[in-house]
Design a protein around this ligand. Sequence first.
Ligand code: FEO
Length: 395
Amino acid sequence: MNFNITDRVTWVGKTDWELKWFHGYEYSVHKGSSYNSYLIRDQKTVLIDTVWQPFAQEFVARLKDIIDLADIDYIIANHAEIDHSGALPALLREIPETPVYCSTNGIKSLKGHFHEDWNFVPVNTGDSLDIGSSKLIFIEAPMLHWPDSMFTYLTGDNILFSNDAFGQHYASEFLYNDLVDQGELFHEAMKYYANILNPFSRLVKRKIEELLALKVPVDMICPSHGVIWRQDPLQIVNKYLAWSQAYQEDQITIIYDTMWNGTRRMAEAIADGIAAADSSTEVKLFNSAKSDRNDILTEVFKSKAILVGSPTVNRSVLASTSTFLDVAQGLAFKNKSAAAFGTYGWSGESVDLLTTRLKEAGFNVVSEGIKTTWNPDSDALARCHQFGQQFVGQL
Ligand code: FEO
């Protein structure tokens, strides 16, 4: 189904209710997603982005239902990643001469993906394209979240087509931000930021400040995933500004894996100690082998501190904690304190290993951590409780 957003702009994307994983199996999707493509009909006809490759034929067929493809004057590829460019080969087989406007890095990336020498037109920030009664203005947005990413602004309707920025993996029959559950919307927007954009926060902040300094009217922000921001569209821009500056809430997240529940019991005793010392801080616990990694990382993004626990196994740590720390290191969280804990029977390396990994991942390790042997007895659990109390005091 296509939707008219304004007299000139029609959403011609694809809602993917089935999607469970994104970026291979790196990003869990609980509420589906959409690949938003927009058709602008002024004196010239412009298509902004396409959809993921599995939906290419359906996308082209639906476009044909509403226009003659030969009427498309320009294609804008705001971002080359396959979820937005996947239908370009099918589309350009039908209209091979149509110019494809994108950043210089976009050309490299599209050629790298599809090995086609389409009629590329490179654009830079500030370049514009007259399409009749309105204009398209291009704004490069490198590393939001790929080197080729860019935004396109439509004058007249005052729409910012922001591609991945401000998006969410969130399928909804309702196209707009004011029509959906606000808790779900902001949770998915934050998960998207925490798991995709966080490493580039410095550039996000700079780009947003640059955008706000332009003082152009923004009536709508149309991202390439999820709902369109039409009610107070700058609210998501302001959220991004906050999220890009070492964001934290009054939360401590405890992440652990356990073999025979000893490390779980330590985690719970530490949590009790934190709660006893500080009733205002929210404490959340996750078994990293059982809970969704991207959801845990979203909780880490919200946290002022984390604790990571694993028993010692084969002089190492349990795999789920190691994988969690691998991904956390890549996401480059800032301004978060941390410590490690774990049980052991013989050699007891896990806490030192986790401490080293936390430091390597950029966490501010505030203590040497706590170890207990075997299944912690009441004395050991009392030490964990005290450790939790001390940990809060060190923040
Ligand atoms: Fe939605 Fe970077 O692709």
